[in-house]
Design a protein around this ligand. Structure first.
Ligand code: NAD
Length: 278
């Protein structure tokens, strides 16, 4: 079994992005800019945003953290997003989720201009991805593809099983894997005989949100196992895969933390550079 070291792979890709950013600055005379909007004081969201801002600075982007109180109105957020859409210094706009419950998340996200939607969540960007010609795709699934490629194993023709059908992980993940010519199965909470399906996976991707959900008896010998889950438990951060058990049988596996997580921010940087027009 080999551990896929998301931290090391992420560092390598960030160094490449840093070099590309310098090329961009020399060519355009300006730095790429990312604006991150956060509303409320969810500690996990604050940490994610701080990490994103820090990562931007490290590769040479301008980054702006725009904070609003928990009771911010939809109107105030709307005005801010429209202002950022029209601001030429800003290439990417990201609204940290979840938003406070009085706000309509779908509506707020829909305000972000498609060419600045660096999370790749908009109907336009998801539509292009579904058509197999993405401009900006969701960061976490993009990171997973990089991790899979880092193993040197071919994705083509493999049976990839994804547990989870969310718009931010499961669905875009399936579309990216299809583009790599995998045979893709999506499982979800209503799937019957889940382990019978997961046991046929050459590549198993868990994006469920339930700690240690995937056990050894759900995994085929020598499968590549990617754990997207981030669950805050009394024992600390835990993935959706029971790492101790599953690592006995997998050929490759990602740890939590240090697997998919670092790649997500790295792909956000990549998407920002794409949005800036590298
Ligand atoms: P979500 O809650 O939107 O979706 C969870 C999915 O799991 C659903 O599609 C549901 O049908 C499926 N599911 C739930 N219970 C199931 C069961 N018993 N059997 C089969 N399927 C089941 O979650 P999400 O936003 O897709 O996130 C999933 C996990 O990935 C979470 O732990 C989240 O924190 C993590 N995540 C990590 C990153 C990262 O950067 N590493 C990014 C996004 C999400």
């Amino acid at each position: 079994m080999k551990i896929i070291d998301g931290k090391a792979i992420s560092e390598k890709v960030r160094n490449e992005i840093k070099e590309q950013t310098q090329v961009y600055i020399n060519k355009h005379g300006r730095k790429p800019g990312l604006a991150v909007i956060i509303a409320g004081d969810n500690p996990a969201s604050k940490t994610y945003v701080a990490n994103k801002i820090k990562a931007c600075k490290e590769v040479g982007f301008n980054s702006y953290c725009i904070e609003f109180p928990k009771n911010v109105s939809e109107d105030t957020l709307t005005k801010k997003i429209i202002e950022l859409n029209n601001n030429e210094d800003i290439d990417g706009i990201l609204v940290q989720l979840p938003l406070p419950s009085h706000l309509n998340e779908k509506y707020i996200l829909s305000l972000i201009a498609d060419n600045k939607d660096v999370d790749g969540f908009s109907a336009y960007n998801m539509g292009l991805l579904a058509l197999g010609r993405p401009k900006i795709a969701a960061c976490t699934p993009l990171g997973v593809i990089e991790l899979l490629k880092s193993t040197g194993e071919s994705i083509e023709g493999k049976h990839a099983v994804i547990i989870g059908r969310s718009n931010i992980v499961g669905k875009p993940m399936a579309m990216l894997l299809l583009m790599e010519n995998a045979t893709v199965t999506i499982c979800h909470s209503k799937t019957k005989n889940l382990s019978e399906i997961t046991k046929t996976a050459d590549i198993l991707i868990a994006a469920i949100g339930k700690p240690c959900f995937v056990k050894k008896d759900m995994v085929k010998e020598d499968a590549i196992v990617i754990d997207v889950g981030i669950n805050r438990t009394e024992k600390g951060l835990q993935g959706d895969v029971d790492f101790n058990e599953v690592s006995e049988i997998a050929s490759y596996i990602t740890p939590v933390p240090g697997g998919v997580g670092p790649m997500t921010i790295t792909m956000l940087l990549k998407n920002t550079l794409t949005a800036a027009g590298l």
